[in-house]
Ligand binder design. Structure first.
Ligand code: ADP
Length: 634
């Protein structure tokens, strides 16, 4: 005996919170505890099999990995046992007393206290081992790590602390015993437990064993025999024939690999032969995980080699912009002793990643281009959850850029709604005759984009403009200069070029106006020398007197503000002030002398405010405005 005294330790605060919340919010789904415990047992077997590749002695004389589910009616307990990797004392303390996921604190900070909403969130977080407390008021875990002789018993009533003590345990692995709460006796039935296992855990590739039962004529009841029988199919789901797998089995397998609670949106299952031979079973979740924005988070793909589990989260198998994809890839070519380092160099892995990326894009295209309403809706759902991540692909995946560009959806002046439903192909199909550009505006919010003065001429001419308000948009656009031969053009950058959208008469009239305003423009340049890089007449405005534009090759005002907000250095480029010759304020300015400078500054500052910018000297603006108002009142 290693001689540790029995110790009582506190749970990490988040564990206590998770337990509280879970017991109440998942009660209507309580039978899932068995799925979660079996899922962990299966993972433990996978880990042992993997470690045993290097160290076969770990398997001792017991190489047949399996899971046993037993129950005791008298004691009112259910026990899930595995002969997998087991846990050392330290592992039991940290794995069963803390939550190791990154972002846990933030996640719990987001919970609202509204049980229904929080229940949905908790499923997304993954409940795992702790779900046993939904039906148990005490859980006892006896575990011995493979290769160790020491074993421990971990015990808790789920109320804030647990105890840990040294014990003797004859074999490696973990026995988890649930002491059922009052009223949960329905689970003390072989029939019930078997039906739960067949529903939720049939896909587990290890045998799940339960005692056989036999009808006893004398006692007139089922009696439990010493022999065991296998309850599930016990073959790797992805290796089975597609036609033999039900949707529910696919869904349950997804929940096992992803630790998600909800069914996935869609899956793709293929055996690939040729240069490289592998099977892929890939899923797109129906909801973004809480840590979607953590780009350092490893991917969600489990790598197997010839059915042997090799590693979780093999990030080399999927590009970062598809980090939301979950599933399994089973290679027939890789050596069993691959490490993360080898994966980075491997040709086979590169081929698998390319093939899997294409599969995922294909799966998305199938939804995006479908005629069926159900698939279309699924695509919108996907876009809402993961669209911003997919956009990263435009910059990161040069090979598939065109395919990704077609999958992107935008808000647009076409329907003036902030839901992103318009594709570049939709836009091009609606383009005016002679329109050789795709116009867009970027802004910090949908309202600012929709009401941008830069859109005025486009609205007047009935030309559609894409409304871009996601943080990533400007970055993405720097990689997307054209689509189907049409240049993507910011309506707020450079000289407005309406090309063939302007007729000859308009062009001539514009030239005349330019000449008429040469003098005013010159005076304004002088007055605004500190603020504006240039002043010029524009025909893009109909209602507003003036607007700001960025020079062709400079950062847009929106991007500069975003960079600064993120604490990054952004060059202080001065914008160009464009004035609307049809606006009465601008027309009056031609004849203004005394207050000319003030008016010029007011026009500039208003244009800055209209695009959501900040004034460098707000009090000077207020003073000038008030003076003008007083003059009017006088
Ligand atoms: P998750 O499985 O999502 O990591 P859990 O709360 O279900 O979270 O389990 C926490 C950890 O406890 C697991 O990651 C694993 O390391 C360990 N664990 C749970 N069950 C077992 C088991 N049967 N055998 C070995 N380790 C286990």
């Amino acid at each position: 005996m290693a001689g540790h005294e029995k110790q009582t330790l506190g749970f990490q605060a988040e564990v206590s919170q998770l337990l509280q919340l879970m017991i109440h919010s998942l009660y209507s789904n309580k039978e899932i505890f068995l799925r979660e415990l079996i899922s962990n047992a299966s993972d433990a077997a996978d880990k042992l099999r993997f470690e045993a590749l290097d160290n076969p002695a770990l398997l001792e004389s017991d190489p047949d990995l399996q899971i046993k589910v037993t129950f005791d009616k008298e004691a009112r307990t259910i026990t899930v046992s595995d002969n997998g990797i087991g846990m050392s004392r330290d592992e039991a303390i940290s794995h069963l007393g803390t939550i190791a996921k990154s972002g846990t604190k933030e996640f719990f900070g987001k919970l609202s206290g509204d049980q229904q909403k929080d229940a949905a969130l908790i499923g997304q977080f993954g409940v795992g081992f702790y779900s046993g407390f939904i039906v148990a008021d005490k859980i006892s875990v006896e575990t011995r790590r493979a290769g160790d002789s020491a074993a421990v018993r971990w015990e808790s009533a789920g109320a804030g602390d647990f105890s840990i003590e040294d014990i003797d345990k004859a074999s490696r692995g973990t026995d988890i015993t649930l002491h059922l709460r009052e009223g949960e006796d329905e689970f003390l039935s072989a029939w019930k437990l078997k039906s739960i296992i067949r529903t939720y855990s049939d896909h587990i590739s290890l045998p799940i064993l339960m005692h056989k039962e036999e009808w006893d004529e004398d006692k007139k009841e089922q009696v439990i025999k010493d022999e065991f029988e296998t309850v599930n199919q016990a073959s790797a789901l992805w290796a089975r024939n597609k036609n033999d797998i039900t949707e529910q089995q696919y869904d349950e397998f997804y929940k096992h690999v992803s630790h998600d609670f909800q069914a996935p949106l869609i899956h793709t299952h293929n055996r690939v032969e040729g240069r490289s031979e592998y099977t892929q079973l890939l899923y797109i979740p129906s909801r973004a995980p809480f840590d979607l924005w953590d780009r350092n988070k490893r991917g969600g793909i489990k790598l197997y080699v010839k059915r042997v589990f090799i590693m979780d989260d093999a990030e080399q198998l999927m590009p970062v912009y598809l980090r939301f994809v979950k599933g399994v890839i089973d290679s027939a070519d890789l050596p069993l002793n691959v490490s993360r380092e080898i994966l980075q160099e491997s040709r086979d892995i590169k081929v698998i990643r390319e093939g899997s990326t294409k599969r995922v894009l294909g799966m998305l295209e199938e939804l995006a281009n479908a005629d069926e309403a159900e698939k279309k809706e699924k695509y919108q759902l996907f876009w809402k959850e993961f669209g911003q991540v997919l956009k990263e692909g435009v910059g990161e995946d040069a090979v598939n850029k065109d395919r990704i560009a077609k999958l992107i959806r935008f808000a647009s002046t076409h329907n003036d709604s902030d839901s992103q439903t318009v594709s570049l192909a939709d836009y091009v199909a609606r383009a005016k005759e002679g329109q050789n550009r795709i116009y867009y505006v970027t802004a910090e919010s949908f309202a600012a984009a929709k009401n941008s003065p830069h859109l005025e001429i486009f609205r007047k001419k009935g030309v559609e403009v894409l409304l871009l308000t996601d943080r990533i948009d400007e970055w993405m656009l720097s990689f997307l200069s054209d689509f189907e031969g049409k240049e993507l053009t910011s309506v707020a950058k450079g000289n407005l070029d309406l090309g063939a959208l302007e007729d000859e008469a308009e062009k001539q009239q514009h030239e005349q106006t330019q000449t008429d305003y040469v003098e005013l423009v010159g005076k304004m340049k002088t007055a605004l020398a500190d603020k504006a890089k240039d002043v010029r007449v524009t025909f893009r405005l109909t209602d507003s007197p003036a607007c700001l534009v960025a020079d062709e090759h400079e950062l847009s005002g929106n991007l500069a503000r975003m960079l600064k907000a993120a604490g990054q250095a952004a060059p202080d480029a001065k914008p160009i002030l464009e004035i609307n010759p049809d606006h009465p304020l601008v027309q009056r300015l031609k004849y203004e002398t005394a207050k000319f400078d003030d008016w010029a500054h007011i026009l500039f500052d208003q244009a800055m405010l209209a695009e959501g910018g900040n004034l460098t000297d707000p009090s000077a603006y207020v003073k000038r405005m008030n003076e003008m108002l007083l003059n009017m009142a006088a």
